[in-house]
Design a protein around this ligand. Structure first.
Ligand code: NAP
Length: 449
């Protein structure tokens, strides 16, 4: 019989202590002792006493799994029993709660499912996995009556998911705009502040350890798309996976785009945008021009932030470190404490069933857009181009002209327009003899109220 069973079945007293006055102990199994897992073990060692004082529950890391048993972990003060078979940790009698910090879809999925079937609560930071099968995992966890918590899977140390799930449970979220990838935010900040191009800024990010040797998941927006799917799932109670998120990365953003945005009073950020409309849900990741007056514009370097728009609360922003061992471990440990409290108190969490809501076709959604083009520097050009915008129903908010040799560079900022209409306009404008090239089309976020 596990120690937890004995607490629940035989020994619970009003204050939650056993007959000897000992706090109930929740024994934690940690799958993965990399950046986050090793920080979690250290943080539990540091904070264990404070957690026990605050909650009356003692946390003990009894087992951990890694791939390479010989790698040094630097965990002298709090070494759990370390093995290379993660399933044995999940199934061990001396593990009441499983923390998955391995990453990747398999075998993490099998391990989590097994833990839930054994009625052991699970905490994970695995965005890739949660963004691909949250519906199935929620159903499994609800059937077993155990927690499946994954706060750290989006924006690392920022308590976003708890804010959505608990603090905003009585509100109706309309839209969330997120800077959820620190690597791309660092690169764009460098390009803006140092005037470097994408390649140089990426190399700097890699040298500082902000970007992987293969940066594809970050710079092409895959990482942000997983997070967008998880935010949409929780914000709208809908079954949204990363495949439902339209995605554009930052590799095409040039120094000229950054300069043109600056000249118009904007900065460029890679945003995860999830929104609710009458016809369905929109979820996309795209570089966007953010007005310098908007709170998201001041989020620099590798920091993350979430700007939430809801009916009752209005606008709300959460800001902090979206990655790193200790910030992420902080979010993981918050989940561990919550799950431990439910385990001891016998709470039966409900993740709720997720609705199948139609996803808005990305071409049917709209935005304001900044369209930058190179044209012949001749009279009448502006009028010719503007008339194509009008013919396709795209109205112009502002235009800025800058002469470059024999050419001019025009940047049009449209009013809110349907993407299809913008595409039709671009096709028509491209046919004009005076247009040399359409250099970029970037979404524009409106000012905060
Ligand atoms: P990491 O440094 O690569 O660590 C992964 C750990 O899992 C390593 O200890 C590895 O063992 C172990 N592992 C992997 N596959 C295994 C297997 N099949 N069997 C046993 N052990 C296995 O990863 P991390 O950065 O800590 O990230 C962990 C999770 O947190 C990921 O889901 C990630 O997306 C998420 N996350 C990370 C951050 C961050 O800042 N790093 C932020 C938010 C969320 P070895 O050490 O022996 O290789």
């Amino acid at each position: 019989m596990s120690r937890l069973r004995s607490i629940q079945d035989e020994q619970v007293f009003e204050e939650g202590h056993d007959a000897m006055g000992n706090a109930p102990t929740i024994r934690v199994g940690v799958l993965g002792l990399g950046t986050v897992g090793s920080s979690l073990v250290r943080l539990i060692a540091q904070q264990g006493q404070a957690i026990e004082t605050r909650t009356g529950i003692r946390l003990e890391v009894t087992r951990a799994a890694v791939r390479n048993l010989d790698a040094p972990r630097g965990l002298a003060s709090a070494t759990p029993r370390i093995v290379d078979d993660p399933m044995s940790v999940v199934e061990a009698d001396d593990v009441d709660l499983v923390v998955e910090l391995m990453g990747g879809v398999e075998p993490a999925r099998q391990l989590i499912e097994r833990a839930i079937r054994l009625r052991k609560p699970v905490v994970s930071a695995n965005k890739e996995l949660i963004a691909s099968c949250s519906r199935e995992l929620f159903e499994l966890a609800d059937a077993a009556g155990v927690d499946l918590l994954f706060e750290a899977s989006v924006a690392g140390g920022i308590p976003l998911l708890r804010a959505i799930r608990e603090s905003l449970a009585g509100d109706r979220i309309r839209r969330v705009l997120g800077i959820v990838n620190g690597t791309t935010n660092f690169i764009l900040s460098q390009m803006t502040e140092q005037g470097t191009d994408f390649g140089e800024s990426l190399a700097e990010a890699q040298a500082l350890g902000y970007a992987e040797a293969d940066p594809t998941a970050d710079v092409e927006g895959f990482d942000a798309a997983s997070k967008a799917a998880i935010i949409a799932t929780l914000a709208f109670g809908a079954d949204v996976t990363s495949d439902d998120v339209s995605r554009q990365g930052i590799t095409a953003i040039s120094a000229a785009d950054i300069a043109a945005a600056e000249a118009l009073g904007y900065t460029i950020k890679l945003l995860a945008v999830v929104e609710r409309a009458d016809a369905g849900i929109g979820a996309r990741v795209e570089p966007a021009m953010v007005p310098l007056s908007h709170p998201l514009a001041s989020v620099r370097d590798a920091f993350n932030a979430l700007f939430i728009e809801a009916d009752a609360v209005g606008e709300l922003m959460l800001y902090g470190r979206g990655a790193g061992g200790m910030p992420t471990a902080s979010a993981v440990l918050g989940d561990v404490v919550d799950a431990a409290k439910n385990l001891v108190g016998g709470g039966a969490p409900r993740h709720g069933s997720l609705e199948s809501v139609p996803m808005l076709d990305s071409t049917a959604t709209g935005s304001q857009y900044a369209i930058r083009m190179s044209v012949d520097d001749e009279s009448g050009v502006l009028a010719d181009i503007a008339s194509e915008f009008g013919r396709n129903g795209v109205s112009i908010e502002s235009v800025r002209q800058r002469g470059v040799d024999q050419q001019a560079q025009l940047t049009f900022v449209t009013h809110y327009s349907n993407q299809e209409a913008v595409q039709a306009t671009l096709r028509a404008v491209e046919q004009l003899d005076c247009v040399v090239s359409i250099d970029s089309v970037i979404a524009v976020i409106g000012a905060a109220t």
